[in-house]
Write a protein that binds this ligand. Structure first.
Ligand code: ZN
Length: 191
């Protein structure tokens, strides 16, 4: 999996995959991976989550603030913006990708504002482009620096998607937001 994720963010060898089912995200090292389809009870205490949304439907790549985030394949900017609430994404991009199976989208959350706001909807980029850099806590929703990467089969209407959902919504949410690593695997083996 690491070789696929490195097309997005240059993670070191032996980057740990964390178990985040046991409480808030804190005291993590600089580099880490957070799992897709993980129920993080106790992990989302901010008002934004309403005490009910705990199932994480993207992947997280932890790295120092300022670390560049790369486009694994070519695409188009669908949305770019700032979601400033406590616990939210801070700087965020939504990108559009036309692949064999049709059009699909990726949401990139917790970015530095400066990089995210460099883009306008309709801007195009090639594989390997630096899309943005990881935001610091004051601009990323208050989290340890990391990328939240989430897949979407339907077009997001704005620069937002629920990155965690209520466990009761799991089946529908996993259909709407497949494992982004599976997409990287398909895309990068085809290219
Ligand atoms: Zn996340």
């Amino acid at each position: 999996m690491l070789h696929l994720l490195r097309r997005v963010l240059d993670l070191p060898d032996a980057t740990p995959v964390l178990d985040l089912t046991r409480g808030p995200l804190r005291d993590v090292g600089a580099w880490w991976i957070g799992r897709y389809d993980e129920d993080r009870r106790g992990g989302y205490t901010q008002a934004l989550f309403g005490g009910a949304r705990t199932l994480h439907v993207g992947i997280d790549l932890g790295a120092p603030a300022g670390t560049p985030v790369y486009a694994p394949v070519a695409g188009v900017i669908e949305h770019a913006g700032i979601n400033p609430a406590d616990g939210d994404y801070g700087g965020v991009l939504v990108t559009r990708h036309v692949r064999e199976g049709g059009t699909c989208w990726l949401l990139w959350g917790h970015l530095a504002h400066e990089g995210a706001l460099r883009w306008r909807p309709g801007d195009t980029f090639g594989a390997g482009t630096v899309l943005a850099r990881l935001g610091r806590p004051h601009e990323n929703g208050g989290w340890p620096p990391h990328l939240h990467l989430q897949a979407a089969v339907d077009r997001p209407v704005t620069h937002d998607l629920p990155g965690v959902v209520a466990p009761l919504e799991r089946a529908a949410a996993l259909r709407a937001h497949p494992d982004p690593v599976r997409w990287l695997e398909a895309w990068l083996s085809a290219s």
